[in-house]
Structures are given as structure tokens and as C-alpha cells.
Design a protein around this ligand. Structure first.
Ligand code: 3HC
Length: 678
């Protein structure tokens, strides 16, 4: 087998080049090649400096994740990197694309780092439930300081080359198109000077002088780290970099890394990494399906949903024409979009020029004719089949042939909508989640006649606008809402049978969801759709509305809210529920949190199995992708289907039976097969 690593001589500089598509992951052959390349440089007196660079789209994007969990094959990355750093000939990392994880650690072990302006550098291991495992937690703080290292190691978002230069992680920014030549020149300029080694740096002393930075960091990021093991281990490792010798710090890192690697969270998060990428592929649509060029997008409806949808495209640099029926609604909608952008700018995540750039791409209109030359039109009007059919009929008349017509419906039948047009092959569902400019999930609903190129184009477009896409077949509620309805059904039944509604919410919070169904109801407003007739009370929600409890907006819904929007369970509400239950003839009893948990979550798994059986989802992991990105299912459990496999499908089946709940044939079959869902 030929090595993915080759060496090239440029005068007295040896350039070690990795060519391991697609992302130059640091598999065994790459590690071996790197170690051999360094040996070659050290063993040759005519070589006085070394450059390490990669072919293809990126510098090393990290350890090879497919090797995790298998027997390790030497040389290990830490061994290869120690050899590299020990060199007394200067070694320069020449970075383009993304230097991530182990790739960033290669760069840290080099004596110098140069990068092109478009490069990104980071340690995203926490996103896989890990911490860096090749001394990244020890070299980085010694090079840039603990304070600068903390977000990189414990949050895991990559930073730009320029930002890396400002914190001292990159030594020089070089020409976008002259990386190799500039890196060689840089390396030559360092010949004869003592080599700086990150492992010998002292910048980490900032954390010793001011140990408060660690608690401050925890406090600032507490919400996003909630429930995850890896970020705390990352903070501990960075702290150790200041307190321990380098060798002891590396030992500490290894100990924490091994604990995480063998734990359940990392297993789940690695499952998710591959699940997200698998969801992007449609089994029966060839990868090379020609795409429909999308240069201009139309959005119908400038309400919360339509505006949010439009912002996705504007932010990605695509012109959008947005249509409303009335001028005041149009003005209100575009005003909200501008405000959202300005708020983002206030938080420093956009420049004022970028705000103007995005808004400059927006064309508001009241005239359907202005949508004629759009390549994709997304309808986001209210959920009513007759209205949707009218809109699609009209779109079919005015929008050019070959353009895609999409509905943002969250549960209506896409095939029926498609029949309102003469181009059903060009119709599909693009179901965004609110707030549409923030939520990552895009459910792509494939109609019976949706063409392959229409699907493939929308999958690609989803990635362009930063969404995680998953394909669903046509069924009421598609994947996400169909499963949600099973959970909601149980939540409502549970409180009728006597469960405390706050226990129902707390069970989900404790499981790792950001909030429970009753908190969610309060947030959205429980008076949505209320008929405003207190004499007609047929549901608990209506009973609450009749008692003037509308949700967070008037300080009382299921909960009472204080000024800081902190919730307190309400005795009044508990009584309203009990009265309502009595009226319905329900006996109330005490219900344990365990029962609540099983009854909320197991029926979702059962419905997921049914969705698989009907072919509405391509694979179980797609369902995980939907729930993690659209509904706050905790990432560290891997999603409902992976979680169910981990606790055992037979446990789920017996739990459902215990509570007298239905068990689908598919779930029963997979539980007996013992091999999981796929
Ligand atoms: N190992 C193995 N395969 C990898 C990989 C890795 N580190 N990174 C990406 N791949 C694979 C993907 O699974 C995908 O395979 P597929 O085509 O068969 O689906 C292919 O490479 C292309 O990946 P993407 O579709 O994600 O390509 P993008 O261009 O969208 O993104 C990327 C490129 C930004 C590099 C992204 O792939 C990424 O974020 N990769 C993971 C980076 C990472 O987490 N690195 C840390 C690894 S852990 C580590 O290094 C431990 C160390 O400290 C010891």
C-alpha cells in the first residue's frame, strides 16, 4: 500500500505532504508517514528545516474517528508528535482548510504555524464527547494562555486564522494562493535559531495567577455545557496545564481522555457525528445527480416563520423576494428581520456592513409576478390545506418552469399540495423549525412524485444555509411532530391521572431536554387558538385560559412567573387539573418519575420504529438527527433510537407493556433480533 505521506525537497527544506482524502484524517498510515518524514529530515544533514502541509481541501481534520474503539496501532499520535516537537530543526505547519482536533495538535507540536486567511483552527473534540488526546490541552495553554485556550478546548468552536494570530496560535498569515512557497520561506528564515516548543511555553501561568478564570468560564457557559461530561474534563485539563509539569499534565490529559472515550456520552456523540453525515445521503438518489442552480429564492409569508426562513438565505448571500398580502404585514415582517440582524450585530456576531449586505439582498413585494424568476419558492402561510392549494396553484402559474415549489407545512399532505400544480415532481416539503433562522433542523419531505434532482438540490442547499437536513416521507407530522404527538398525548394523560405537571417537565429537564411540554406551552402562550368563551371548557388548556392564565406573557400559565421569568408550580393549576380530571371521571393517583419517564419516552421510540417500518425515515439514525436538532433531545444520549438501543429494545418493549401501551411489530421484531433497528 502506498503511504499517504510523501516528502519533497526544496533546497534545504523538507516538505512533508499528506494526501489522505477526504479530510486528511490522522489514521495509522498518516501517523507513520509523519514519524518517518521527521526521521528523514533529522537523518539528512542537507536538510535544515521542515514544512508540514496537506494536499486536498484541508490540513489534517483530526484523528481518524473510524479508528476509535478499535485496537490502537502505533505510532500513536502523541508519540509521533513528541518526535516532531523534539526536532532541533525548525518545523513549520502550513495550514489551509480546517486544522481540527489532532490536526490542531500536529500544528501545536510544530515549532511555528503559518496559515492562509481562510483557514480555521480548533479543537472540536468536546463535540465528540472527548477532550484532545495528543497533548493539545497541555501545549495550547502553554502557548496562548489558559484564558484563551479555555473556549477552544471546552466549547470546541474553531477560530479564524486571523483570530488565531491575535492569540498567538498562528505566527504568520500567508498568501491564500502561495501557502507552500511562503511556508518554505518562513521556515528558511528560522534556520539557526533555537526552536520554540509549545510544551516549554509559560503562557499558562495566567491561570495560576488568576484561578478565578476557570469558575468564571464555567458560570458564563453553564447553560450550553449542562449535562455534558467533556467540557468539565476540558476545563480540568487546561487548569492542570498551569498546575502540573508538562509530563504530569499529559498524564492527566490521558487519564481524562480515556475515561471519556470509554464512557457512554462519547459513544453517543460519535454515533451522532456519523448520523448527521448519513442523513445527508439519500439511498436511491445517486450522489452525482445534477443539481438545479439556485440563484434566487422566493418566500411567501413574512410572518415569524417566513421571515426566519428568508434570513437563512440572505445570510448565505442568496437574494430573496418575500411576498405578503398587505403592505403593513410586509413592513412589519421585514422590520423584524432587520431587528434580528441588528441584535446579532449588537452581540458582535455580525458587522453593520454584513447587516446591510444581507438586507440589501431582500426584495419585499405584494405582487406574485415578482416571484416569476425565482429558482425556489417556499410557502410559509398558515396551516390550511385549501389556502395552501390556492397558493400552489397560483405559484404554478407565475413561477418559471423548472423552479422548485416548497411548502413549510409541519403536518399537511405534500402529495395533495403537489396535485394543485402541473409540476408535482418539483414540489416537496421544506419544514423549518422555529426560530427558523436559528434552529439547525430542516426536515425535507419527499412527495410521491418529487424528482431526484429536486431532492438533491435541496439537500445541498440545506448545507449551504447551515442546516442539518433529514428526509421524511409523507405522513401526518412527518418524523418529528409525529413522534412529538405521542409524547404530548402521554403528558396530557399523565396529568389527568394525577402526575404533577411540574414532575412531567422536570423528568424531561433531568433527561437533558431544554424544557418540558408545560413550560413550552407557557412560553408559546396557552391561549393560542383559544375561542375566548369561558363557558365552553373542553381541555385543561381551555380551563387555564378561562381562569386568565395565558402563559409567560401575563405572568401565569401552568406556572406562576416572577419578574425574572422564574417558574413556580401553582396550587391553583393543580386544582384546576384535578377538577377537570374529576369531571372527566379520572381517578387521580401518585405517579412516580420513573413511570413518567417511561411513558413519555418509550412511545416515541415505538412510533420511531413504526416510522421506519413504513419507510418514512431512511434509517434509525435519521430520526436521531431530527430529534437532536429540532426538538432538543440531548445530544449526549445519541437521539431516541440510539438511546433505546443502548438501554435495550427489550427494556422499551417491556416498559410499554407494563403501562398498557401499544408495541409495534417492528419494535418487537427488532427487540427479539437483538441487533438494534437497522
Ligand atoms: N475521521 C474520519 N472521518 C472523517 C473525519 C475524521 N476526523 N472527519 C471527516 N470525516 C469524513 C466524514 O465522515 C465524511 O465521510 P463521508 O463522505 O463518508 O460521509 C467525509 O470525511 C467528509 O466530511 P464532511 O461531510 O463533514 O465534510 P465537510 O467538508 O462538510 O467538513 C470537516 C469537513 C470540517 C473537516 C468536518 O468533516 C469535521 O468537522 N470533521 C471532524 C473534525 C473533528 O471532530 N476532529 C477531531 C477528531 S477527534 C481527535 O482529533 C482526537 C485527538 O485529539 C486525539
Amino acid at each position: 500500500m502506498t503511504s499517504p505521506i510523501r516528502t519533497e525537497r526544496h533546497d534545504n527544506v523538507l516538505v512533508i505532504v499528506s494526501d489522505n482524502p477526504p479530510v486528511n484524517a490522522l489514521g495509522q498510515a498518516v501517523r507513520q508517514g509523519l514519524a518517518d518524514g521527521i526521521d528523514e529530515a533529522l537523518g539528512d544533514d542537507s536538510i535544515e528545516a521542515v514544512v508540514i502541509r496537506c494536499d486536498g481541501r484541508t490540513f489534517f481534520a483530526g484523528a481518524d474517528i473510524t479508528e476509535f474503539g478499535k485496537a490502537p496501532q502505533g505510532p500513536s499520535l502523541p508519540e509521533a508528535l513528541d518526535r516532531l516537537e523534539a526536532s532541533d530543526k525548525p518545523v513549520v505547519a502550513a495550514i489551509h482548510g480546517t486544522a481540527l482536533g489532532g490536526g490542531c495538535e500536529v500544528a501545536l507540536a510544530c515549532h511555528y504555524r503559518v496559515a492562509v486567511p481562510s483557514a480555521k483552527i480548533g479543537l472540536p473534540e468536546v463535540k465528540l464527547g472527548l477532550i484532545p488526546g495528543a497533548a493539545g490541552t497541555q501545549r495550547l495553554p502553554r502557548l496562548v494562555g489558559a484564558e484563551a485556550a479555555l473556549p477552544l478546548v471546552a466549547i470546541g468552536d474553531p477560530i479564524s486564522a486571523r483570530k488565531a494570530e491575535t492569540i498567538g496560535l498562528v505566527d504568520a498569515i500567508v498568501g491564500e494562493d502561495s501557502l507552500e512557497a511562503d511556508a518554505i520561506a518562513f521556515a528558511k528564515s528560522k534556520i539557526g535559531q533555537p526552536v520554540p516548543r509549545a510544551s516549554e511555553g509559560t503562557a499558562n501561568q495566567d491561570g495560576v495567577k488568576n484561578p478565578d478564570i476557570f469558575d468564571q468560564f464555567r458560570a458564563k457557559n453553564g447553560r450550553r455545557m449542562r449535562g455534558f461530561d467533556a467540557p468539565n474534563a476540558a476545563i480540568e485539563a487546561v487548569k492542570a496545564a498551569g498546575e502540573l509539569s508538562y509530563a504530569d499534565g499529559v498524564r492527566k490529559e490521558r487519564e481524562l481522555f480515556t475515561q471519556l472515550m470509554t464512557g457512554s456520552q462519547s459513544k453517543a456523540m460519535r454515533h451522532y457525528f456519523f448520523a448527521e453525515r448519513a442523513a445527508n445521503k439519500i439511498d436511491d438518489v445517486p450522489a452525482d445527480t445534477p443539481l438545479i442552480p439556485i440563484h434566487k429564492v422566493g418566500v411567501i409569508g413574512a410572518g415569524t416563520m417566513g421571515g426566519g426562513i428568508a434570513m437563512n438565505f440572505l445570510s448565505a448571500g442568496l437574494p430573496v423576494t418575500i411576498l405578503e398580502m398587505q403592505q403593513d404585514a410586509l413592513d412589519r415582517g421585514t422590520g423584524v428581520m432587520r431587528k434580528n440582524y441588528e441584535n446579532t450585530a449588537k452581540r458582535g456576531r455580525m458587522t453593520p456592513e454584513q447587516v446591510e449586505g444581507a438586507m440589501g439582498l431582500l426584495t419585499p413585494t405584494l405582487d406574485y409576478g415578482d416571484l416569476a424568476d425565482c429558482d425556489l419558492v417556499i410557502e410559509a402561510v398558515y396551516e390550511n390545506m385549501d389556502v395552501k392549494k390556492q397558493v400552489f396553484g397560483k405559484l404554478d402559474e407565475v413561477v418559471k418552469q423548472g423552479a422548485i415549489l416548497a411548502s413549510n407545512t409541519s403536518y399537511l399532505n405534500i402529495d395533495e399540495i403537489a396535485q394543485a400544480t402541473k409540476r408535482p415532481g418539483y414540489v416537496l416539503g421544506l419544514h423549518f423549525f422555529s426560530p427558523a433562522n436559528v434552529m439547525k433542523l430542516l426536515e425535507i419531505v419527499r412527495g410521491a412524485e418529487t424528482r431526484d434532482d429536486v431532492l438533491a438540490t435541496c439537500m445541498k442547499l440545506a448545507k449551504k444555509i447551515g442546516k442539518v437536513a433529514a428526509v421524511s416521507g409523507v405522513c401526518p407530522g412527518f418524523i418529528g411532530n409525529r413522534m412529538l404527538s405521542k409524547r404530548q398525548e402521554q403528558a396530557n394523560k399523565l396529568i389527568m391521572e394525577g402526575a404533577n405537571y411540574w414532575d412531567v417537565d422536570d423528568v424531561l429537564l433531568e433527561f437533558g431536554f431544554p424544557m418540558g411540554p408545560f413550560q413550552m406551552g407557557d412560553l408559546a402562550g396557552i391561549d393560542i387558538g383559544w375561542h375566548r368563551d369561558p363557558s365552553k371548557v373542553t381541555t385543561v388548556r381551555e380551563a387555564l385560559c378561562a381562569a386568565g392564565r395565558f402563559g409567560q406573557k401575563n405572568g401565569k400559565g401552568f406556572y406562576d412567573y416572577d419578574e425574572a421569568r422564574q417558574r413556580t408550580p401553582s396550587d391553583e393549576v393543580k386544582q384546576i387539573i384535578a377538577d377537570f380530571a374529576a369531571k372527566e371521571g379520572n381517578q387521580q393517583r401518585e405517579i412516580s418519575k420513573e413511570e413518567i419517564r417511561e411513558r413519555l419516552l418509550y412511545p416515541m421510540v415505538n412510533e420511531g420504529a413504526q416510522i421506519l417500518e413504513e419507510g418514512m425515515a431512511q434509517r434509525a439514525s435519521d430520526i436521531d438527527v431530527v430529534w437532536i436538532n429540532g426538538y432538543g433531545w440531548p445530544l449526549y444520549t445519541g437521539g431516541p433510537m440510539f438511546w433505546a438501543e443502548q438501554i435495550g429494545l427489550e427494556t422499551v418493549v417491556s416498559g410499554l407493556e407494563k403501562h398498557g401501551l401499544p408495541v409495534s411489530d417492528r419494535l418487537r421484531k427488532n427487540a427479539t433480533g437483538g441487533a438494534g433497528f437497522d
